[in-house]
Every structure is written in structure tokens, then in C-alpha cells.
Design a protein around this ligand. Sequence first.
Ligand code: SF4
Length: 249
Amino acid sequence: MIFSYTQISQYLRCPRSYRLRYLDGWQERDTRAGMVFGRCFEQALAALFCKQDPEAKLFQDWGAYRDQNLQYKNGDSWDRILHQGVHLLQRFAQDERIRIRQPQKNIQVKVLRSLSGGHEFVSYLDAIGTLDGMRRILDWKTTTSRYPEGPEGVLTLDSQLISYSWASGMPDVALVVFVRKHAPEIQYLSASISEDGQFSSHSGIRYPQNGCLSCPHLGLCLNNQQLIDRNLMRKPGAADLDWLDELAD
Ligand code: SF4
């Protein structure tokens, strides 16, 4: 059996949906414009690193969907999204913060990790490269709203990045977020995932699984005393059960 992050997170989100998709074969059609564009944009980024013309690549790939019946949200249109994409590509090239050596080898990297019982865990990393000179797993995201940048360390709770880091053995990760809005913006968010980073089914900072940001226990997971003091108090007597944690360790 080969497992993946998407597969496991889908199962944890809803076992029935998992069954319908992975066992009964019901796959979602490509109708959401934002999602389709995201894939075209990633191809344009790959073209940029391969010293090809990224704007031409974006126009070619996104152009294939011009007359298709895609679902557009929030007043989006094919033209508007293309314009935003070109603007983001230009900004990204000007920033020059990301470098990828040997792009054929380091873009869309397949990583397999063996599990007990002959099973395997597969991950497809968007890229491995450097952000401001530091080698990291790179994950591209296209979105219409900014990602949260705080509190400090919140990215280390992102379950997808935790699984990528675990599978590849690389602690340093970065999300490069291409924000499609009136004035397009790129966020470069980095984190170092510790070896004991825990995969939690409903954790995360990304829409719609941004459970950590509204979770009252965030301070404990980030070891942030200020947040703990602000949001939590411990029930009298609860500390008496701490020996259970020691037993589990
Ligand atoms: S306990 Fe809360 S903050 Fe910690 S990982 Fe789970 S959802 Fe996120």
C-alpha cells in the first residue's frame, strides 16, 4: 500500500469521502478556476527556472481553459486572473529570492519513505531550492488572500509541511504564497520543523484547514507563554494526571 499526505488527510477529514474517492473512484472534475490556474501557474514557474519564457507558458496553459465553463469566484474572470498571474511572475523574477539548481531534478520531486509492513509513503515536493541562500523544501501556493504570518512558529504546525519534512528528512521548509489580489503580493514564509513535529488531522494554518488559528491551545503547541496566559487556565487537580504523559513517552 502506498500512502500520501492528501490521502491520509482526506481520510481523517471524512472517512466516507475517502471511500468515495479512493475506493469507489469518484474524482472531482476540474471546474474551479482558482485551482486550475494554480496548476498552470506552477508550470509557468517551472518554465522560469528552466530558462524558458514563463509568461508565454502561462498564456499557453491557461489559454486552454479560456472557453471552458470554469467556476469563477469574487468577480474573477479569465482575463483578470491572467493579468494577476503575469504580474506575480514579474514580481517573483524581480525578487530573486528563490534559486533552484538543476530544475529538472529539483522541481516536482517524488520522495518515497518506507513504512513498516512493506508499505510506503509518497510525497511530491513542489521544489527543493534555496530561499535567501538557505536550502529548503519549497511549496508554492496561489491564493486570493494572504496567509497568516503570526504568531511566531505557527507554520511549524502545518500538517502538510510536517509530512513533507518527515518524508524527505529535511527540516527547513518554506511556503511561497502568490496572492492574487488587487495589488498582487508574494509572501515568503519559512520554518524549521523539529523531529518531534506532530501530524494532527485538523491542525494547519491554510484555508480551509486553518484550525490552529482559532484553537485555544495554540499557545501550548507553540510554547508561547503570553498566549497561554491570555487564553488558558488549568483546572485545579488536572496536573495530578501528568504522570500519564510520562507513561506514554
Ligand atoms: S492543538 Fe490546536 S494549535 Fe495545536 S496543532 Fe492542534 S489545532 Fe493546532
